[in-house]
Ligand binder design. Structure first.
Ligand code: SAM
Length: 280
């Protein structure tokens, strides 16, 4: 059977290298190269970009990224068993794939990649959320990445793109939408993966905005949003009591009704409130 790159089909790669999926590493592999190429295309034009891929596993998505023309790919994989399969891909694309054995949480991609950089990954969900939060909260903005194209559990994807008034709306939505455009671009049923996970998945594509959508101090905005959603059923005037003694006045000054709940407040109003709180 011919594949997108004349390398062996992924089922054979898995058998040849004994890559039995390990639950502890969150391994749910994508074995359909047409599907991985489709995910790679969601990241946009890769030909002028370096790509950071976290958790390449047997390399299905890596092969999609390279076949779609990525200038260079840095793939960071924790499971040493995957390295021989990944090295075979590197040999097929000389000078375009660098594989690092390690934990993505410990490695600085900027030591290996040149801008513009796009991030593409099918990651274990717990690591995915932690990395997303890190990528969205760098010390300076704009961040090192131009876009993030990430597979999540459907429920987490919905929390990233949620709008005010919905149950899924909360810290993750505000964090993501303050400085990025976030969209769900693909939905995948459990059966797309080997082995299938318990729940459906979705690919979220985030594009970094050149500057935050509305002005606010990141630390203050974070504090206000955290306090508001930690007690999301309470009215804001009580949920935010600890932020400032005159919080009711500050809420009104920001255009927020003090008896509203966090779930009803749009991003712009949270930013206005953060500016009011910053006035000291
Ligand atoms: N990208 C492959 C695919 O789509 O078939 C594999 C996806 S699988 C859901 C997640 C991969 O991330 C596994 O290969 C796992 O070993 C790797 N991984 C888990 N934790 C990691 C970490 N902290 N750093 C780097 N890789 C990690």
């Amino acid at each position: 059977m011919s594949t997108i790159d004349n390398l062996p089909p992924l089922r054979q790669v898995i058998t040849d290298h004994g890559l039995v999926a390990r639950k502890a590493l969150g391994q749910n592999f994508l074995l359909d190269l047409n599907l991985t190429a489709k995910i790679a295309r969601q990241a946009g034009d890769l030909t002028a970009c370096d790509v950071l891929e976290i958790g390449p596993g047997p390399g299905g998505l890596t092969r999609g990224l390279l076949a779609e023309g990525a200038r260079r790919v840095l793939a960071i994989e924790k499971d040493a068993r995957c390295l021989p399969a990944l090295n075979e891909i590197a040999a097929r694309y000389p000078g375009r794939l660098e594989v690092i054995h390690g934990d993505a949480l410990d490695i600085d991609p900027l030591a290996h990649l040149a801008p513009p950089i796009r991030v593409v990954a099918n990651l274990p969900y717990n690591v995915g959320t932690e990395l997303l939060v890190r990528w969205l909260t760098p010390p300076d903005w704009p961040p090192f990445w131009q876009s993030l194209t990430l597979m999540f559990q459907r429920e987490v994807a919905e929390r990233i793109v949620a709008r005010p008034g919905s149950k899924a709306y909360g810290r993750l939505a505000l964090l993501a939408q303050w400085r990025a455009d976030a969209r769900i671009v693909m939905s995948l049923p459990p059966g797309a993966f080997t082995p299938p996970p318990k729940v459906s998945s979705a690919v979220v594509h985030l594009t970094a905005l050149p500057a935050p959508r509305h002005e606010a101090d990141p630390a203050i905005l974070n504090r206000v949003v955290a306090a508001a959603f930690n007690q999301r059923r309470k009215m804001l005037r009580s949920a935010l009591k600890g932020i400032a003694p005159d919080i009711e006045d500050r809420l009104r000054a920001a255009g927020i009704t003090p008896t509203d709940r966090a779930e009803q407040v749009p991003l712009e109003a949270f930013c206005a409130l953060a500016r009011e709180v910053a006035r000291g």
